[in-house]
Design a protein around this ligand. Sequence first.
Ligand SMILES: Nc1nc2c(c(=O)[nH]1)N[C@H]1C(S)=C(S)[C@@H](COP(=O)(O)O)O[C@H]1N2
Ligand SMILES: [Mo]
Length: 256
Amino acid sequence: MKQQKRMQRRVFIRGLASSAGLLLAGCTPTDPPTYGNVLRMGDLLTYKAHRLLLPAHSLAREYDYSDISSVPAIGTTNPADPAKCGFFSDEYGPVYEQLLANRFADWRLVVEGSVARPHAFSLDELRRMPSRTQITRHTCEEGWSAIAQWTGVPLRAVLEAVGVRSSARFVQYFSYDDWADGIDMLDALHPQTILAYGMNGRDLPISHGAPIRLRVEKQLGYKSMKFLRRIVVTDHFDDHGLKGNIQNGWSWYAGI
Ligand SMILES: Nc1nc2c(c(=O)[nH]1)N[C@H]1C(S)=C(S)[C@@H](COP(=O)(O)O)O[C@H]1N2
Ligand SMILES: [Mo]
């Protein structure tokens, strides 16, 4: 159903695309481009306005224990099961099933790209790093929001461990249901941007992205990718083509 809506929107967007291309000629090469997509031109303005006006690392509101509410599990709730997966991957679905069978002992988060020391982190390694716990509101683009407590390692600590090069501008991330997305370095280094392995004091449940999901508290819920597989630091923007959000009708920048 959702897939179908996205398709219709994509066709509409394509129709408008050619006329908008000219208007965007003024973008710099490192801006998140909108590829001449009229509906996405506002995103670039939002992005630029947020980056100009908001203090770089203003915190998303944090809540009290008593504010925690139930969080629906939506989108993919198990990448190994085509029936519970928005975009089941023939390549990574079976891999996830194996990892699940071994309780993620063999899971590794590859962190590579524009870094000095690429590394494949085990779950134990990440758990041994400094941790942060935060109670925040998850806001879904579909109109609901919910509050939960998340525990994990700040992405900043992981990036420091691999030694991000000074030319790096973006952090791209990939999941076992074969999504691809990215954030700029400002959001990547934000203190509340964490690789979460805990939710409400327990291990992150499968349906919410086990063993690790990203939490990007300054953007809408879909940027908080579940079932993380790989992270790539890049010097340039990447929209990830058909696997990314722009061509599926979603904003690349979804700041709130
Ligand atoms: N890998 C992956 N990450 C994902 C999704 C998904 O389907 N697959 N859905 C996104 C959307 S739209 C939302 S609102 C949240 C839902 O997280 P939850 O299931 O923990 O509520 O995850 C986001 N991250
Ligand atoms: Mo969402």
